[in-house]
Design a binder for this molecule. Structure first.
Ligand code: KG4
Ligand code: ZN
Length: 366
């Protein structure tokens, strides 16, 4: 805890959202979101079936300054000297975009003599529930995004223990690939969710991945193949076929996430943990939320899911992670922070085998 409020500007540019926000952590731990500005690069990547890293980086160059200025103005910060720090996503992510955000933040920090705080994007997601909910550590985190699918025990700021991860695709990637296969457009998650409305989720019995394994790992590539084969069999696809396929796929993903989360809950409940947080873009999915809500309340656990705008990439979670770092470990050494390189891969925990565990986004989601 700090005796004074901690006000931090956060900049997020690791994928296809150019985002900036100002967040204040008060001495009593309360969090104020003073501004939250997001530009989603939908038109830039239209027609490519996924995010094109080069185009994403260029679009970040064009927008980061103006988005940052808007975040400061909307927060009523007329002089950046009033900030306690400037945080920027420093990885994992698409390296060109990460470089843009870091350079903007470093320039602002240097020109106004304020601390620069490099933030791990995954830590932003891991702490995002604290933006709106007053929860305490430790909690179990299901992190489901376009580049990651992990179960983590969040013991505190900077203290994460991984219980499971995907052995192939991330959950969001599976949504994006399914949308591409069915010609639904991008980003795939919301398109699949929309198309599944009115579909029969029992029509296709898709595999239940890694069901017999006792660990907390995930797999989505078999599911993706099963959708492709079913779609080929049913071709040409009517709108109802697409609704049935997406509804059945979505249910299979929800069940898989739920089965593995229940395993992780069983492992850690002996330690007295009874809160599950879901974060990352896929946590915006209503069926996944309700499936986990039912499973968790049956076990006497509490489920916390941030509002959808804080599940997908945003600057507020990066600002909060920066402020929480200042609150718990103090202001980082400025020379060291400024030397921090952008990192395409950056596992959240001390995993010697970050590659297997998908420590970074895999480039185009196409
Ligand atoms: O956290 P995020 O914004 O970016 C990464 O860090 O990757 O997550 C983006 C992912 C994309 O794969 C997108 O399709 C998925 O989240 N997503 C959804 C929904 N909204 C976004 N997946 C399922 N249902 C949704 N409603
Ligand atoms: Zn993300």
């Amino acid at each position: 805890m700090s005796d004074n409020p901690i006000t931090v500007l956060g900049i997020e540019t690791s994928c296809d959202e150019t985002a900036a926000a100002v967040v204040r952590v008060l001495p009593d731990g309360k969090v104020e979101i003073c501004s939250n500005v997001i530009y989603t690069q939908a038109t830039e990547h239209e027609g490519y079936g996924g995010v094109v890293p080069e185009l994403a980086a260029r679009a970040h160059v064009e927008r980061t300054d103006q988005i940052t200025e808007r975040a400061l103005t909307e927060a009523g910060i007329d002089d950046p000297n009033r900030l306690d720090g400037v945080a920027a996503t420093s990885g994992p992510g698409l390296i060109g975009g990460v470089m843009v955000g870091m350079m903007s933040a470093k320039a602002l920090a240097l020109s106004h003599d304020i601390p620069f705080i490099p933030v791990n994007h995954l830590e932003g997601h891991a702490l995002s529930a604290l933006l709106t909910d007053n929860i305490t550590f430790p909690y179990l985190l299901l992190l489901v995004s376009g580049g990651h699918t992990q179960l983590l025990l969040v013991k505190g700021v900077g203290n994460y223990h991984r219980l499971g991860t995907t052995i192939d695709d991330a959950a969001g990637e599976a949504f994006d690939k399914t949308a591409k296969l069915l010609g639904l457009g991008q980003p795939g998650g919301p398109k699949v969710e929309q198309t599944a409305t009115g579909g029969d989720a029992q029509k296709y019995r898709f595999p239940r991945p890694l069901l017999k394994r006792d660990d907390c790992d995930f797999s989505f590539s078999g599911l993706k193949t099963a959708v492709r084969l079913a779609a080929e069999n049913a071709a040409p696809l009517s709108p109802q076929d697409k609704a049935d396929l997406t509804a059945s796929f979505q249910l299979a993903v929800a069940r898989h996430l739920c089965a593995k989360t229940l395993k992780a809950m069983k492992i850690i409940e002996a330690a007295g943990v009874t809160t599950l947080v879901i974060a990352g873009g896929v946590a915006a999915n209503s069926l996944i939320r309700s499936t986990l809500e039912n499973a968790v309340s049956d076990k006497g656990w509490q489920l916390v899911v941030p509002p959808a705008k804080y599940c997908t990439d945003n600057g507020a979670m990066i600002a909060l992670a920066g402020a929480k770092r200042i609150e718990t470990v103090g202001i980082p050494d400025q020379a060291e922070a400024l030397q921090m390189p952008p990192r395409a891969r950056w596992p959240l925990d001390d995993d010697p085998d970050g590659k297997r565990y998908g420590g970074g986004k895999k480039g185009p989601k196409a």
